[in-house]
Write a protein that binds this ligand. Sequence first.
Ligand code: APR
Length: 194
Amino acid sequence: MSIEIWHGDITELDVDAIVNAANETLLGGGGVDGAIHRAAGPGLLAECCQLPELRPGVRCPTGEVRATGGHALPARHVFHTVGPVWRDGRHDEAALLANCYWQSLRLAERMELQSIAFPAISCGVYGYPLHQAADIAVTETLTWRKSHTRPLRIILVAYNAAAFKIYQQALNRSGQIDSSGGSSALMQGLAAAT
Ligand code: APR
C-alpha cells in the first residue's frame, strides 16, 4: 500500500474514488465541492438528491461519508464526506476530521477499490489549520496501513505548492521517510501539470 502526496487538481485524477469535502446537505458548494460538481456534471447532483440517506431534511453528519458515482469525472466514485468546521480545537475537531479519513478508507476497502484520493478536508472554508490537518491525514492513513491491505494507493492531494510542502513536512514528522529520503511505502509526486 502506497501513501502519496500529489500536487494538483483532484478532479483530474484517474483513480477509483476521489473524496469530496462536502457539507451536510451534499448538494454542492464552493471550493473542491464546487470543482468536483462542475467536473462531474449535473448527474452528480441528481444522484446526491436521490441518496436514500438524504430524504428531505436528512443530513450527512460531520465525520461520515456517502458514495456516489463519478459521472463525467475520470474517477469512478465520489466519496462525499463532511469535515468539521474549525472552532478552537476543543470541540472534537481532530476526532471528527480523523473519522472522515477512516470512514472513507473503510468504505474503499468494503467496495474493494484500488485507489483513493483525498483533498485537504476542512482546510478551506471550514478553516482547519493545514499543518494540524496534514498531521491527521498522514497519521490516519499510516495507522490504516498497519492493519489493512486495501486500498493499494492512498493519495493526499495538495492543491498548491505551500500545501504540498506542508504535507511533505507532515510525512517527515511521521518518521516514515527512510534515511535516503525515499521510501518504499510513501511516495511524493508532483502533478504532471506542474
Ligand atoms: N483539487 C484539490 N484540492 C482542492 C481543489 C481541487 N480542485 N479545490 C480546492 N481544494 C482544496 C483547498 O485548497 C483546501 O485546501 O481543498 C481543501 C478544502 O477546502 P474547501 O473546498 O473549502 O472545503 P472545506 O474547508 O472542507 O469546506 C467545506 O465548503 O465548498 C463548501 O460545500 C462545501 O460547505 C462545504 C465547505
